[in-house]
Design a protein around this ligand. Structure first.
Ligand code: B12
Ligand code: SF4
Length: 474
């Protein structure tokens, strides 16, 4: 096989929340994800492989496509689609490799659906796998080595996806992982608590090389390691860019670091506020979030020109049917620029899933419903229907005209930008009730809905993306 050029096709399968047809928004309102561009850049040059990437969020997969090897990235919500595609292509005699967060969390779930799987980050294992494949000695499983570093890796190849189909391609990655251990979060369960970091000079060089005027960092927690964070933010100052990313509320307990964040050009942060209940936060290993400090967090960010996308989850054990409007009112009153609500999802492989399974409270393992918008477990203090409907009520309340106007008055974002992002979310909130049917199981009948929950809404636009993409060039 090594004598002929091999064709590698990389696919990011669609899920109920991420697809390009029939959703609330007619075109992708998202930034370009880095998964496929990263994997494409790691294909060893000496293999001279033809590499084609398909993001099913923006383009259909041709079921008759030609390939020697297909690699698919799998998150829990897209696992069913990935497995259906894998079965189809394997029947056609094509070798299928699966990797990504879901495969890393529950390898035994993915293994039967693939010729080979990659567990963990694949920056070393994917090239090794491809060399083995061309030499005819593909192994069933590859696992990230514990001493992986991100230094010296090739930058993602953004040309493998159609740039025009995304709101922006100014997407960067500086770190991976998080040092915390929140029970509902996939990050510590999948990848452990040792953060991986790209050398700061490599991140800066990539931003310069791409001549980016703004940057969206997909890092899960940019301040997980404060020493690294300081170095990175210092190095961003001379670039004179605006940037957006994710951090925890701990940032606002370190005012010098917060000032540095602002000086380095930060204009928007996404933070997991999660809950107004101290008990919920304590029970789920996120005790460093203090609900009585949330309003102060908003104020500190706003004073420095930083908008906040504040994310809450509903359905933790201390939540009662009052939680929805209480939380939505709080979000409006506190001036959170873009409040976002989700139903807590016990992703397989997390401590939360294990606990709920142990208590006999998992209602379905239809992974397609594990998307943050469906109830997949039995809530402790309300019914499944209360939880499903309450989430929608919170969205509608927060995105009423009065709520929008109130938040816009306090927002540091320019008002056209603030209005645009709020209108996007209002549009979403008002269509949450729309039924979504799974019409893409080409080779099997539609799955029986095992849970008592109604199906949820189509994709939410990524607000960080909208914020950044609609920013005026300076
Ligand atoms: C961009 C993004 C999206 C995009 C695209 C998702 C997609 N299908 O890829 C959008 C905005 C659509 C999205 C939506 C959601 N997302 Co998202 N998203 C991200 C984000 C921020 C960045 C992805 C990225 O570019 N990473 C950088 C690349 C380089 O890393 P990587 O993807 O992990 O890939 C590496 C390895 O995993 C491995 N690998 C990955 N795939 C493959 C495939 C093969 C063949 C091989 C060999 C290796 C391999 O190799 C890569 C290099 O080491 C991640 C967080 C993150 N920082 O990773 C969350 C993340 C993937 N999302 C997550 C979640 C929960 C969601 C939502 C449910 C959120 C929500 N409530 O709306 C939805 C679900 C959508 C659905 N079900 O249809 C979770 C996944 C959890 C899980 N168990 O599935 C993550 C990990 C965030 C988190 N902290 O929980 N998301
Ligand atoms: S702080 Fe955020 S990224 Fe880190 S473990 Fe908790 S939820 Fe996950």
């Amino acid at each position: 096989m090594s004598a002929t050029r091999i064709k590698v096709v990389l696919i990011s399968p669609k899920g109920p929340l991420y697809r390009h047809r029939g959703g609330i928004f007619r075109q992708s309102l998202r930034y370009m994800p880095l998964t496929l561009p990263t994997l494409a850049s790691l294909v060893p040059a000496e293999l001279a492989a033809d590499v084609v990437c398909i993001d099913e969020g923006v383009r259909d997969v041709d079921l008759d496509l030609k390939a020697d090897l297909i690699g698919m990235t799998v998150i829990t919500g897209t696992a069913r689609r990935a497995y259906a595609l894998a079965a189809h292509f394997r029947r056609r005699g094509i070798t299928v490799v699966l990797g990504g967060p879901h495969v890393t969390l529950v390898p035994e779930d993915a293994q039967p659906h693939a010729d080979s799987i990659v567990v963990g980050y694949a920056d070393e294992e994917w090239p090794r796998l491809l060399r083995d494949f061309t030499a005819g000695r593909l192994q069933p499983r590859y696992r990230q080595s514990p001493d992986l570093t991100l230094a010296g890796l090739p930058p993602p190849d953004l040309n493998v996806l159609p740039r025009s189909r995304y709101l922006t391609t100014d997407v960067f990655e500086a770190t991976r992982g998080c040092t915390h251990n929140c029970s509902f979060c996939v990050v510590p369960s999948a990848w452990g608590r040792r953060p991986l970091q790209r050398p700061v000079d490599e991140v800066v060089a990539e931003i310069r090389r791409r001549r980016a005027k703004r940057a969206i960092f997909v890092d899960l927690n940019l301040i997980a390691d404060k020493c690294y964070a300081r170095d990175l933010f210092e190095a961003l100052i001379p670039l004179n860019i605006h940037w957006y990313g994710l951090a925890t509320t701990l940032l606002c307990q370190d005012l010098p670091l917060l000032d540095l964040v602002a000086r380095s050009g930060c204009r928007g942060l996404l933070m997991g506020l999660e809950s107004l209940s101290r008990r919920n936060l304590g029970d789920n290993q996120k005790p460093f979030n203090h609900p009585d400090e949330y309003a102060r967090v908003v104020g500190l960010l706003h004073e420095r020109g930083i908008s906040l996308q504040g994310c809450f989850v509903f359905g933790l054990d201390d939540d009662t049917p009052d939680v929805f409007l209480d939380t939505a009112r709080f979000a409006v009153d506190a001036g959170i620029d873009l409040p976002r609500f989700a139903i807590v999802t016990p992703f397989p492989g997390t401590p939360l899933f294990q606990r709920l399974a142990g208590e006999g409270r998992i209602l379905t393992t239809n992974w397609e419903l594990y998307d943050g918008q469906h109830v997949v477990f039995k809530p402790a203090r309300m019914s499944v229907a209360d939880l499903q409907a309450g989430n929608e009520r919170a969205w509608k309340y927060a995105y009423r005209w009065a709520g929008i106007a109130r938040r816009l008055r306090q927002s540091p974002a320019s008002w056209p930008l603030g209005l645009l992002t709020n209108l996007g979310y209002r549009h979403y909130a008002r269509r949450l009730h729309k039924f979504y049917t799974c019409d893409w199981h080409f080779d099997q009948p539609p799955p029986a809905r095992e849970a008592a929950s109604p199906p949820g809404p189509p994709a939410l636009p990524d607000a960080v993306s909208i914020l950044a993409a609609s920013e005026q060039d300076r």
